[in-house]
Design a protein around this ligand. Structure first.
Ligand code: PBG
Length: 327
């Protein structure tokens, strides 16, 4: 019997691109950049081949490298010169992100997003203030409400330095609302918030914690980041951030959570972002190094899949490498 329906007809050269449903362009991508106040030269990040921590003085050249590839937006992470109990360098006027962003905003055309969190700035490596006795008693947790004010101050300090958008990642309840109010009170009502709305407690963040030196010294983040088992809860988290005024809704990580990306896409008309995290990058590199996968092909397929699932924009360490192949 001959088939009467032949989907293969539309897979021939020439027609394939006409019927392609999803495309990827450099303008969909945001490149993470690490600025390190303890470095006086660029330091390669071993678990993330091709990425480096750069000193503040190199922030502009680093961002220019990104722009040269065709990628137009960066996400700035900072490693401070010193850490303390409260993470005070996170909102310091002369802090590492503030200094770098000031230069980047003054000297480049990049669209600058900043990560708003405390884990790189606290001695204990948690994303907020901890209970006094938490180190001895791992059942004690990050103090949610006392942390909100610090995150809000951090976001305002980033906006003051010239950030175009802030991206709170601390996974505290009420974080988006607190930051929105603080930004508005400081006359930054035009600065949008990209909330890490569905942020899972993921082992795929491993390499990032080397890159940004933000691993918790004790315990883990499971009492504030989401349980990877929970898809419906992700929708409740997203609903709260929408209510609190998030402008862009991010799901993180991306590939293991494409069901969540596509559910958020269907449920909301906000822009959806997905964070293709450090572990997603590192594992493809590791396999490619063994000769087991074609790096460029799997990277492209990964990002295309994230878009197909419903993401409008993707934060990815592959941004620069893939940009030349796009557009
Ligand atoms: C800060 C933050 C993390 C990432 C982005 N912002 C680490 C974490 O939550 O543990 C991870 C990014 C990546 O793995 O690429 N809270």
């Amino acid at each position: 019997m001959n088939p009467t329906r032949r989907p293969r007809r539309l897979r021939a050269d020439g027609v394939r691109s006409l019927v392609r449903e999803t495309d990827l362009s450099a303008s969909d991508l945001v490149a993470p950049v690490f600025v390190d106040a303890t470095a006086d030269e660029r330091v390669p990040i071993e678990s993330m081949p091709g990425h480096e921590r750069v000193p503040v003085a190199e922030a502009v050249p680093r961002v220019e490298e990104v722009l040269d590839t065709g990628v137009e937006a960066v996400m700035v992470f900072g490693i401070p010169e010193s850490k303390d109990e409260r993470g005070t360098r996170a909102w310091a006027e002369d802090g590492v992100v503030q200094a770098a962003v000031r230069d980047i905003a003054a000297e480049t055309d990049a669209y600058v997003v900043t990560d708003v969190c405390l884990c790189e700035y606290t001695e204990h490596g948690h994303c907020g203030l901890i209970e006094d006795e938490a180190a001895d008693d791992p059942t004690l947790t990050v103090r949610n409400d006392e942390t909100l004010d610090l995150l809000a101050k951090t976001a305002v300090s980033h906006a003051e330095a010239g950030a175009d958008m802030v991206a709170p990642s601390a996974a505290m309840d009420g974080m988006v609302g607190a930051i929105r109010t603080a930004l508005d009170d400081a006359d930054y009502d035009e600065v949008p918030i990209m909330s890490y709305a569905a942020k899972f407690a993921s082992a795929f963040y491993g390499p990032f914690r080397d890159a940004a030196d933000g691993a918790p010294v004790f315990g883990d983040r499971r009492h504030y980041q989401m349980d990877p088992a929970n898809g419906r809860e992700a929708m409740r988290e997203v609903a709260l951030d929408v209510k609190e005024g998030a402008d862009v809704l991010m799901v993180k990580p991306a590939l293991p959570y494409l069901d969540v990306v596509s559910a958020v896409r269907r449920e909301y008309d906000h822009p959806v972002a997905a964070y293709n995290v450090s572990g997603e990058y590192a594992m493809l590199h590791a396999a490619a190094e063994q000769g087991w996968l074609d790096l460029e092909e799997v990277a492209f397929e990964s990002l295309l899949s994230i878009k197909r699932a419903g993401a409008d924009l993707i934060l990815t360490y592959f941004a620069e490498d893939l940009a030349s192949r796009l557009d």
